[in-house]
Each structure stands twice: as C-alpha cells, then as structure tokens.
Design a protein around this ligand. Structure first.
Ligand code: PLP
Length: 383
C-alpha cells in the first residue's frame, strides 16, 4: 500500500489527524500545543482527573504497591486492591460481580468475544467503535439497527440466528443522547436476548453516579451486563464489566483481553477507589449539580445559535455542521480564540455529520461557558 498517497488523500478530504501535546494536568484550562486554552474536549466530567484526594490516593498506592503489577492477573499480578475495587464497582451497578480491564476498548473486545461466541449481535448504528470491533471479532455475526430505532430492531429479532445479543451505548459518545434502555430491555426479555450496555459516559454522571441503567429506573435484572470505564468521569484509566457471578467468572476464564495482558498498575485502582468515594459522597452530588447547571447554560446557548441540542441531560453537546473541512475550519478558529472544541469527522461519525464535540465539566465557570458561546457565534460563518 502507498501510505504516502493515502495520507495525502486523507488531507484532501479534511480527514487527516495529528497529535497535539498537552503540558500539565487536566482541568477546565489546559496548555494544548503550548497554548493555554479553555478545555471543552475532555470526558473528565467531574474534574476528578486531578482532584487532590484522588492524586493523593495514587501516590499512596505507588508507595504500597510500586509501579507495575508484574504479570497478568491469573499469573501473579492479582493485587488485592483490584478485588476491593471490583466489589465497589459491582455494588455501584447493583450487579453480583465485576471484573477490571485495562481500557474500555479492550473490555468491549474481550466482552463481545467471550459472551457472544455464536448467534447474532445486534448493534445500534452509532455504537462506539470498540463495541463494533468486538462484535466483528466475536463468533456471532454482526447486524446493525438504525440509531435508537426500536421498530427496526424488533423487526430484525425474529430473522437472525439465535442466541441474540443486543449491544448499545448507554450514552452515545458522539451525540450525547441516551439509548432507549427500557424498550431495549423489554425487547431483550421477549426474545431471550442478552442485553449489554456500554456506560462509559453515564458512569459517575447519571443516575446519582450509578449510570444510565439506574437513571432509566432499571436494574441489573433488566440489563444483565453493564460495562463502564474508569477513564471518563472517574478521572483515571481502565474499565470494568459488571454482571452475574457466572458471567464474570466466564470472562475471567475465557476473555482473551483479560487473560493475555498485564494487569493495570495497582496504584490506578487506588485512585479509582478514591474517585468512587467522591462520586458516592455529598461532594459527588454537588459536582453533579454543578455539571447539570453548566450543561443547562451551554445547551441553552447552543440552542440559541440555532443548533439542535440532544435530550437526556448528558455533558456531551455536539454542534453538527456537516462538512468535515468546515468542522475543522471552525474548530481551528475557536482554538485561535482560546477555546478547545475538537472537530469530529468520519470515520468516527457518519458521512455528512461532522461536528464540534463539545463536552462540559462540573469545574467550568459560567464565564468560561459564555466565552465558548461567544467564540462559537463568531465562527458560525467559517468555511
Ligand atoms: C471512551 C469509550 C470507550 C473506550 O474506553 P477507553 O477506556 O477510553 O478505552 C468505550 N465505549 C464508549 C462508549 C466510549 O465512549
């Protein structure tokens, strides 16, 4: 393959991507490519990535456990602190058990491969790439239903080889809308399908921090498998799957993305435990209150500029402009105005729906949100 010609083609389509180094810790303001900017790009919704108590817990974790786990969990890397964290995460999700993974991407690959070895996996069209990649790796065949279209899904369910697995994001990562979980769980029950919800963006934020399943008034009996990450609202890195004791035991025994990889550094689990303590405390409730206030302010402003705002109250607010080159041009002008609001283009989102993906945090001030809105208004006619 002629990589250089292919890279040139990406550039011509406005799809070329490159890395921009950040200096210092994550927060509402960061130094991005050497320039101080307002940060409307991160998934650090509660500001826990640099919260003093979380950082302190990681320091203490390093003192106790050293740097690395030394091996995979099943060899000699099974630090006891992982079990404490797994118990807490299972309780957060109201599930019998949970197991950690090193990242959400890895968890979804491992999960789909292990839990859907045969039959058919039905995926929402806007599911995260890791669920789609996991479904491709799994023994079951992948079928895609239109985004949030329960009629389409219901029509597909009788037609394909069983057993059926339905996999959906709880909060869609590029659109910020919610999956219709009550209807999904009803359909899953009727058709004896296994329902898997990836709650990367709901965990810590929605449903008193317990996630989108709890926010929808559902429980682990309605959604048997809940995946979540430690790298978004919880501020760190890693992921988990919560489910029945048998499902989790099956993952430990067969999930290749669990078995054939070095365990995460134990200090990360210490940090995640401290983050969970905050999520479940009064301070967590206050942070979620500030996040909701900030989200409302930003959503109102974006709506006034004439862009559609998704329901559901999540901190992800897409400003869809359509053309990839235009999204990049607007994002560049915003950056020049000191605001980081990244352009998201195909293949991350469908053709013709390029956008700025704006995320809001509990730690933004009203003035910072107003600054973003003013910059966005000033860039509306960029091309
Ligand atoms: C971010 C994300 C993932 C991947 O999680 P990482 O821990 O970043 O690998 C999986 N699913 C969804 C919906 C996500 O938004």
């Amino acid at each position: 393959m002629d990589f250089s010609a292919q890279l040139d083609a990406l550039k011509a389509q406005g799809r070329y991507r490159s890395l921009t180094p950040v200096d210092g810790a994550q927060g509402a303001e960061i130094v991005f490519g050497g320039q101080p900017v307002l940060n409307f790009a991160s998934n650090n919704y509660l500001g826990l990535a640099a919260h003093p108590r979380v950082v302190e817990a990681v320091h203490r974790g390093l003192d106790e456990w050293g740097f690395g786990a030394g091996a995979a969990r099943l060899i000699c890397g099974d630090a006891r602190v992982f079990h404490r964290l797994e118990e807490r995460l299972a309780a957060l999700k109201g599930a019998q058990a949970a197991v950690l993974f090193n990242s959400g991407y890895q968890a979804n690959l491992a999960l789909m491969q292990a839990l859907a070895p045969e039959g058919t996996i039905l995926c929402d069209r806007l599911n995260h790439a890791s669920l789609i990649d996991g479904a491709r790796l799994a023994g079951a065949s992948l079928k895609v239903y239109r985004h949030g279209d329960m009629g389409h899904l219901a029509g597909m369910m009788g037609r394909y080889r069983t057993p059926l697995t339905i996999a959906t994001d709880g909060v869609f990562s590029m659109d910020g809308d919610l999956a219709p979980l009550a209807e999904l769980s009803k359909l899953a029950r009727e058709h004896h399908a296994l329902l898997i919800v990836d709650d990367a963006h709901g965990t810590g934020v929605l449903g008193d921090g317990r996630g989108s399943v709890h926010a929808a008034g559902l429980s682990a009996s309605d959604v048997p498998v809940q995946m979540g990450t430690l790298g978004k609202a919880l501020g760190g890195s890693g992921a988990f799957v919560a489910g029945s004791r048998e499902q989790i035991d099956w993952l430990v025994n067969t999930a290749r993305g669990f078995i054939f990889t070095t365990a995460m550094p134990p200090a990360l689990a210490c940090g995640a435990l401290a983050a969970l303590d905050i999520v479940e405390s009064d301070e967590g409730a206050v942070l979620r209150g500030q996040l909701a206030e900030n989200r409302a302010r930003l959503a109102a402003g974006i709506g006034q500029l004439g862009y559609a705002v998704p329901d559901g109250g999540t901190p992800i607010l897409p400003v869809v402009v359509g053309d990839a080159a235009r999204a990049v041009a607007i994002s560049k002008r915003m950056l020049a105005a000191g605001v980081l609001a990244p352009a998201v283009r195909p293949p991350t989102v469908p053709e013709g729906t390029s956008r700025l993906r704006i995320t809001v945090m509990a730690t933004h001030t009203a003035a910072q949100i107003d600054h973003l809105l003013a910059a966005l208004e000033g860039c509306r006619d960029a091309s």
